[in-house]
Design a protein around this ligand. Structure first.
Ligand code: GLU
Length: 469
């Protein structure tokens, strides 16, 4: 079953619980616009023809939103599947965008930064020519193989063509902070993954069913993929959640250490040696055996690499009780069936990795408002808190220490507000999805509940427009 077919399967499974009419369901399901392009790029005397895509899945809200992936595996169906997930993802976390996704079929590390810049700028130009990009039309962001650097090139290219657009910075998110980006965007998906796992673990009843205690602290975790999402999911779960990371799976192999791996140390080690293998005290698994890492003994497995990692072949050997889908589509539909029958809790991608797009939304709002969050209120808050502390000191005759004063009387700056907005979003969305599952007794898993939650919200939008009476 392909990734797109898996997404279709999840849609069909969820649609049956919505009571929505067939025409409306079909309207929600289809990809509204698929743009496949080929463009030439000249490197010295050589000309390369590049295959690329942008898919806008749903225009029920504007703009459409979703990352751009640079990978040799990019194909139309994959981009369509990812664009579809974006629509539901945005609806689940109450981000008012339609879903989209882009893909450029290249292996990024085979190109120099200069060549990548040429490809990115040319791709952006193709999107501009077809009106497939714009702060009010379609707003890309980073995805697998791209990051702030590529987003800065996209922004600059758009600005070159649309110098008159005062909101040009809102054309793309995930930009460097110095290029109208927002603090906290780079870590956002991983941070969201942490908040999502923490919230799931805070439901005592759900944990009891799995034979686990309440709370993320002390739970053992295995992470697949140390890219942006995997590394931040790991560091934040370890530092803020006290989770114990016992295993890591990467391209070059896997490692296991029962007493716990300090993920910051491991990241440093990998930077120095080029590999996670031979990390002090850890057991090695070679490149061929690396997928055994998914089967390590642990409470929480976090696949944070690519799609189709847990399949019908290895699903029955997964020991983790909770599978937290940090990547998009890491579990195939047949594998999901096996995992659910084995009583696992799957926290689905469509909810769990929505932290990225949530903070993208904050960045886009910042760009449209032309002002950093916190600029207006930070000092005001600080002065108010200090005034309250002075009153308390006067009334009690005690003095608040400078250390405590610095903690209590601090006005929120941009990164505080971004984190707080993200935390609120992930907690609220988890409980909305969980409530849907509780309300609709026949729904057995969180993915179906998440899809149903999304479909009902999108249907509400269409109903409000009076399109489907
Ligand atoms: N590529 C990320 C995702 O799949 C982020 C998308 C965005 O920020 O628009 O959710």
């Amino acid at each position: 079953m392909s990734f797109y077919e898996s997404v279709q399967h999840y849609f069909d499974k969820a649609a049956a619980h919505t009571g929505l009419q067939a025409g409306l369901l079909e309207k929600i399901n289809v990809c509204n616009a698929v743009y496949k392009m080929y463009f030439p790029v000249k490197f010295g005397k050589e000309v390369k023809v590049i295959e690329a895509y942008r898919v806008q899945h749903s225009h029920h809200r504007s703009p459409t939103k979703g990352g751009i992936r640079f990978s040799n595996h990019v194909n139309q169906e994959e981009v369509m599947a990812l664009a579809t997930l974006m629509t539901y993802k945005c609806a689940i976390v109450n981000v008012p965008f339609g879903g989209a996704k882009g893909g450029v079929k290249i292996t990024p590390w085979q190109y120099t930064p200069g060549q990548l810049e040429k490809i990115t700028r040319r791709y952006t130009t193709e999107l501009i020519r077809r009106k497939f990009i714009g702060p009010a039309i379609d707003v890309p962001a980073p995805d697998y193989g791209t990051g702030p650097r590529e987003m800065a090139w996209i922004y600059d290219t758009y600005r070159t063509f649309h110098g008159e657009d005062i909101d040009a910075a809102g054309v793309v998110t995930g930009k460097p902070v110095t290029q109208s980006g927002i603090r906290g965007r780079t870590e956002a998906t991983g941070r969201g993954v942490y908040y999502g796992i923490r919230e799931a673990c805070n439901h005592e009843k759900d944990m009891k069913k799995l034979g686990l205690s309440k709370g993320i602290a002390g739970k053992t975790m295995v992470i697949q993929g140390l890219g942006n999402v995997g590394s931040y999911s790991g560091t934040i779960s370890q530092e803020e959640g006290d989770a114990k990371i016992v295993g890591v799976v990467e391209f070059e192999g896997a490692i296991y250490k029962e007493s716990g791996i300090d993920i910051n140390e491991l990241l440093k080690f990998r930077k120095e040696t080029g590999s996670i293998l031979n990390f002090p005290g850890a057991k090695n698994f070679s490149q061929e055996d690396r997928n055994k890492g998914l089967e390590f003994e642990c409470d929480i497995l976090v696949p944070a690499a690519l799609e189709n990692q847990i399949t019908a072949e290895n699903a029955s050997r997964i020991k983790a009780k909770i599978i937290a889908e940090a990547a998009n589509g890491p579990i195939t539909a047949p594998a999901e069936k096996i995992l659910l029958e084995a009583g696992k809790l799957i926290i689905p991608d469509v909810y769990l990795n929505a932290g990225g797009v949530t903070v993208s939304y904050f960045e886009w709002l910042k760009n449209l408002s032309h002002m950093r969050f916190g600029r207006m209120e930070k000092r005001f808050q600080q002065n108010q808190f200090n005034a309250v502390l002075r009153q308390v000191e006067e009334m009690t005759g005690k003095t608040v220490s400078i250390r405590d004063r610095n903690i209590i009387a601090r006005g929120a700056d941009e990164v505080d507000l971004v984190r707080s907005g993200l935390e609120e979003t992930m907690i609220t969305a988890y409980n909305e999805v969980r409530d849907t599952k509780k309300r609709k007794k026949k729904i057995e898993d969180l993915r179906t509940a998440a899809f149903v939650t999304a479909l009902l919200k999108i249907a509400d939008d269409y109903n409000a427009m009076g399109i489907f009476p």
